[in-house]
Write a protein that binds this ligand. Structure first.
Ligand SMILES: Nc1ncnc2c1ncn2[C@@H]1O[C@H](COP(=O)(O)OP(=O)(O)OP(=O)(O)O)[C@@H](O)[C@H]1O
Ligand SMILES: [Mg+2]
Length: 618
């Protein structure tokens, strides 16, 4: 099974810790200054109270040993209650702050990511599946924003707790402190080592899991094919292999975590042992180390491992999330390939509102492709030195073999993509010198699989022009012959279309998209197989309407059914990115070339189909 590049990318973060990336990610947290500092201060205060507890214990024990129990117990009780209360208040504060901080960061990341996605050109979407993009904005954002507050807290708490413990021990007895601190380097080493191991094995578990899900999916969706090709055994074998891997990796992961904790506990015990041994000897020798101090040392030795473990765990968390952080941060920082040049952006800022650069109307009469080269992938040119001039509101029909480049020409005309070489002039001006917003607001684009937004039919048509009245919406629907189907549809204009229009047939969606484009009343129409899923009779009904709509406007019409483009001012037969024939319907038929062959073959097929229908009807 070949993993998609996007699954492999998940695994990318096996490598080093990327400080500069995390600094940029932390930048998102820093903009929520209040909550950022609340987390840091909480960590400091927590560490303070936790350091004070063993010290107060030591004091109590010493008082008790000296026989001054009465007052000491009272003061200890008061101090203890005060510390625990402070502790609980801090816990309440930081949980609240963590909530605010992570929601705030998630909001920022999502908003910036979404805003970026709105401006990225189609070429960006070509290489990234929608599902992949959606998980960037959902699971990646959640992952990062969920980690940040705890990272800040644990980092502040851990480092100050470590410092607090060390300082307290040195003040109590610096020599003994040195003995206990012997365990710190091995503790840090063991934590770091196991965290890395665990990270690696849990990543393997996750990856195998997602491969298994993939195998499941393919197996279930392709079950009919598998059966008919008698491939059950192979499918099962593949599944068993992945399952076996999963079992191995899971066991490895559990073993590692089973060894990790005992190691840490043993090292802590070594520290305690050091304190008892060296401290005990000192007490016996009659130094001024008290019993209480010794017990404080023992507690500190146990406590030491906590912050080390936590800091190692948080850093590992970050490392585990590094791929997610990298993806979301690169998305936010992607500079759109197709965007207004600095000069245009500047001109837009100073342009009078309502003027042409501000999205206002102006008549477009010519589009000219001049020596245009275009490719999606550098080594596979689609168009080479393509030239075309469309003037005086002509309708240009593009026909020809699949993969010839028709949709590409239309996309270039729409500036969904820009020429790699050469230029496209709108009324004599290279379109990159105009604003993208202005140009695209002059376009009406209807594609083979039009997109509807969830909402009613009426809302979807009105999307073409938000201030259109009811009457105008209906008029547009009538014009493209959608009115009748809408009226007879359950709920009429107020029927919900479902997500992406899923409650309607593709043909019905096309009719609504056409009505929407007509309502927008654009200067340039681009229709790519816009009526391909509508039945022949409906298409003929729409045809005359479309011809009226297109009259006097520049239009690019792509259609497989040649009967629909007969009225075009010029028909281009496109093959391998070149115009191989050009003329009106009549001229091309008279020339008896490629177009004539295509046309007569289709006519014969349609007649046959019609006869078949009539025959059945009889
Ligand atoms: N988004 C894309 N990424 C990479 N290659 C693409 C992309 N879109 C099209 N191509 C390639 O460019 C060439 C031209 O495709 P195009 O879609 O323009 O053809 P077409 O004439 O519209 O075909 P059809 O009649 O099937 O719609 C094809 O070889 C196709 O594989
Ligand atoms: Mg196409």
């Amino acid at each position: 099974m070949s993993a998609s590049p996007f699954i492999q990318e998940e695994e990318y973060a096996g490598g080093r810790f990327d400080w500069s990336l995390w600094r940029r990610i932390l930048g998102h947290a820093r903009s929520h200054r209040r909550w950022f500092w609340t987390m840091i201060c909480s960590g400091l205060v927590l560490a303070g109270t936790e350091t004070l507890l063993p010290i107060s214990n030591a004091w109590l024990i010493d008082e008790a040993v000296a026989g001054r129990t009465g007052a000491a117990f009272m003061w200890y009780a008061i101090l203890y209650v005060a510390l625990v209360t402070a502790f609980s208040i801090i816990v309440w504060i930081f949980i609240r702050a963590a909530g605010h901080l992570s929601t705030g960061v998630a909001y920022d990341l999502r908003e910036q990511g979404f805003a970026r996605l709105q401006t990225l050109p189609f070429s960006y979407y070509d290489t990234r599946p929608t599902g992949w993009l959606v998980s960037r904005l959902t699971s990646d954002c959640t992952k990062i924003s969920g980690l940040l507050p705890w990272f800040l807290l644990d980092l502040a708490w851990g480092s100050s707790f470590l410092t607090g413990i060390a300082v307290a021990m040195f003040i109590l007895d610096w020599q003994l402190a040195l003995w206990v601190l012997v365990i710190v380097p091995p503790l840090a080493l063991v934590s770091w080592y196991f965290q890395r191991k665990l990270l690696r094995s849990s990543r393997l578990v996750r990856r195998t899991n997602s491969i298994i899900t993939g195998v499941y999916n393919e197996g279930l969706m392709g079950v009919r094919t598998t059966r008919t090709l008698a491939r059950e055994d192979e499918s099962l074998a593949e599944f068993q292999e992945q399952s076996g891997d999963l079992k191995r990796f899971t066991i490895r992961n559990s073993l590692q975590s089973a060894v990790y904790l005992p190691c840490i506990i043993s090292l802590g015990a070594v520290g305690v042992g050091m304190a008892i041994w060296k401290g005990g000897v000192q007490i016996q020798a009659g130094s001024d180390l008290s019993l209480g101090d010794l017990i404080a040392f023992m507690q500190f030795a146990v406590l030491f491992s906590m912050p080390i473990q936590e800091i190692a765990a948080r850093i590992t968390d970050l490392q585990a999330a590094q791929a997610a952080a990298e993806r979301i941060q690169t998305l936010i920082e992607t500079v759109p390939e197709i965007r207004d040049s600095p000069e245009v952006a500047e001109a837009m800022r100073s342009a009078p509102p309502g003027g042409p650069e501000d999205g206002g109307r102006s008549d477009i009469t010519t589009i000219e492709f001049k020596h245009v080269d275009f490719w999606y992938k550098p080594d596979e040119p689609v168009l080479l030195d393509f030239n075309l001039r469309v003037a005086d509101g002509q309708t240009v029909a593009l026909v020809g073999a699949t993969g010839g480049g028709k949709s590409t020409i239309a996309s270039l005309a729409a500036r969904f993509y820009e020429p790699r070489r050469g230029e496209i002039l709108i009324d004599g001006v290279e379109y990159r010198q105009r604003s993208l917003h202005w140009y695209q607001s002059q376009l009406g684009v209807v594609l083979q699989t039009p997109h509807l937004f969830s909402g009613t039919i009426r809302e979807n048509i009105r999307y073409g022009r938000l201030d259109a009245s009811q009457a105008e919406v209906e008029q547009a629907a009538r014009l493209v012959n959608a009115h009748n189907f809408i009226e007879s549809h359950d709920g009429g204009y107020d029927a919900e279309v479902g997500e992406g229009g899923s409650k309607l047939s593709v043909g019905q969606r096309q009719l609504i998209a056409l009505a929407r484009a007509v309502l927008a009343d654009p200067q340039i129409f681009i229709m790519d197989e816009a009526t391909s899923s509508v039945d022949t009779e409906t298409e003929q009904l729409i045809q005359s309407a479309i011809d009226t709509v297109l009259a006097g406007r520049i239009a690019f019409v792509i259609a497989h059914r040649l009967s629909t483009i007969r009225a075009a001012d010029v028909i281009l037969v496109i093959d391998h990115g070149r115009i191989v024939e050009q003329g009106t319907h009549r001229e091309l038929l008279a020339a008896k070339g490629r177009y004539w062959r295509l046309y007569t073959r289709q006519e014969a097929e349609e007649e046959e189909a019609a006869m078949g229908r009539d025959g059945r009807a009889d």
